[in-house]
Design a protein around this ligand. Structure first.
Ligand code: ZN
Length: 141
């Protein structure tokens, strides 16, 4: 079951350039930075109430974020992530409803979470992530 909007993923060219905007102009505090090798990105997290912002900077031209920035040179909202208490069941439900999955199986994302994505062609253009704390992991977000 989907429990909340966990975070919004925002593609940026450079964390070092983007983080000061969130800190100085918006007054948010960067809680956590982490490199996610599976997605070839560096991330920086900000809390806004219950929801987080996940800034994503590519570390490799093959990163999905690098490809997004080719099409959207200014950066922008890349994905919406729903927190779920049963990621496998959530994927099965989506697949059963005819949604194309990018990942059939959840994998390690940022913040000690298991994550998986639905294909934007099946979600009316919104790249959609499901995420859940990894069993035994200390959630950081
Ligand atoms: Zn995400």
């Amino acid at each position: 079951m989907l429990k909340k909007i966990d975070h919004l993923g925002i593609a940026v060219r450079s964390l070092d350039e983007a983080v000061p905007y969130y800190e100085k102009a918006l007054g948010l505090k960067c809680e956590h930075r982490e490199e996610v090798h599976s997605q070839k990105v560096r991330t920086a997290f900000f809390a806004v109430g219950e929801v987080h912002l996940e800034l994503l900077e590519p570390t490799d031209p093959e990163s999905p974020i690098a490809k997004f920035l080719e099409k959207n040179p200014a950066g922008g909202i890349h994905h919406i992530a729903f927190g779920t208490d049963g990621i496998e069941a959530q994927l099965q439900q989506a697949a059963g409803a005819g949604v194309k999955l990018i990942h059939e199986k959840p994998f390690d994302g940022a913040g000690g979470k298991l994550v998986a994505f639905l294909h934007p062609k099946s979600t009316f253009g919104v790249l959609t992530e499901f995420c859940t704390p990894k069993p035994g992991a200390t959630a950081q977000h």
